[in-house]
Design a protein around this ligand. Structure first.
Ligand code: NAD
Length: 252
């Protein structure tokens, strides 16, 4: 119960990695708000998890929605201990994608992380407890695929944003830690929904890029988030934590 009494927002907490993070933090005692566009999955999850999980229907790319989310959160919980900027999309789209697709990916995967980080800073700066922000990036911040120009650019942008946020926190003596996580492939809906749109054989090809021989289990990402939110991780600041089954270690 290492997170008893902590209040946490997890964006994109209704599915996949976010769902696993929500389950872990609730099991460890936190009050968790799932901030997601998907009401069906989120409502099923909070019904299962009980009173310490709640849901706010919310779009991370909507600037005004962040003001509302934070105002409601502070009114209900008083203190924001942590924000996990996890929501994301990854539509397969190559260099000839419509500009609208590029903008859509950027608006959720990068603008959403900026808006969330800024909103959390504004709440955390006046609190007398340490705040923690975790920004979900990807191994695709470091490598490219012909279907990921927007996704890779947004996830690389999350690294730069996070480093600058660390510097800002230091400059203003804010007690806030900000780190990024970089998962390799996990068989969550973001991948499974994309498979029919990808070239045949993509799943096997992607699997072969992971030297451990299988895709990731979301519980590993959830455990890492749990650790990063703990005081034991107080020296983790601006860290890029790769959880990829060796994907970035080999040339395949
Ligand atoms: P997922 O599709 O299972 O879950 C994404 C969640 O984000 C969904 O609940 C969805 O409703 C929500 N969401 C989408 N757009 C939103 C918006 N505008 N506002 C609020 N919520 C929104 O995918 P996942 O695998 O759990 O991905 C979670 C994060 O992890 C993403 O940022 C993704 O890029 C990153 N990631 C995933 C993998 C992987 O292999 N699954 C690898 C690296 C990084």
């Amino acid at each position: 119960m290492r997170h008893t009494g902590k209040n946490v927002i997890v964006t994109g907490g209704a599915s996949g990695l976010g769902e696993s993070i929500v389950r872990k933090l609730v099991a460890e005692g936190a009050n968790v708000v799932i901030a997601d566009v998907d009401a069906d999955n989120a409502n099923a999850l909070i019904t299962e998890l009980g009173d310490t999980a709640s849901f706010s229907q919310f779009d991370v790319s909507n600037e005004k929605a962040w003001d509302t989310l934070m105002a409601e959160f502070v009114e209900k919980f008083g203190v924001l201990h942590a924000l996990v900027n996890n929501a994301g999309i990854a539509p397969p789209a190559d260099m000839y994608m419509d500009f609208a697709v590029w903008r859509k990916v950027m608006s959720i995967d990068l603008d959403g992380v900026f808006l969330g980080t800024r909103a959390a800073f504004k709440v955390m700066q006046d609190q007398d407890v340490r705040g923690s922000i975790i920004n979900m990036s990807s191994v695709m911040a470091y490598v490219g695929h012909f279907n990921t120009p927007a996704y890779s650019a947004s996830k690389a942008g999350v690294i730069g944003l996070t480093k600058a946020a660390v510097s800002f926190a230091s400059e203003h003596n804010m007690n806030i830690r900000i780190n990024t996580i970089h998962p390799g492939t996990h068989a969550t809906p973001i991948l499974m929904d994309a498979l029919p749109l990808l070239p045949e054989g993509f799943e096997q090809e992607e699997l072969s890029r992971h030297p451990v021989g299988h895709f990731g289990d979301p519980v590993g990402v959830a455990a890492t988030v749990s650790f990063l939110l703990d005081d034991e991780a107080e020296f983790f600041q601006g860290a890029e934590i790769v959880i990829d089954g060796g994907r970035l270690s080999v040339n395949r």
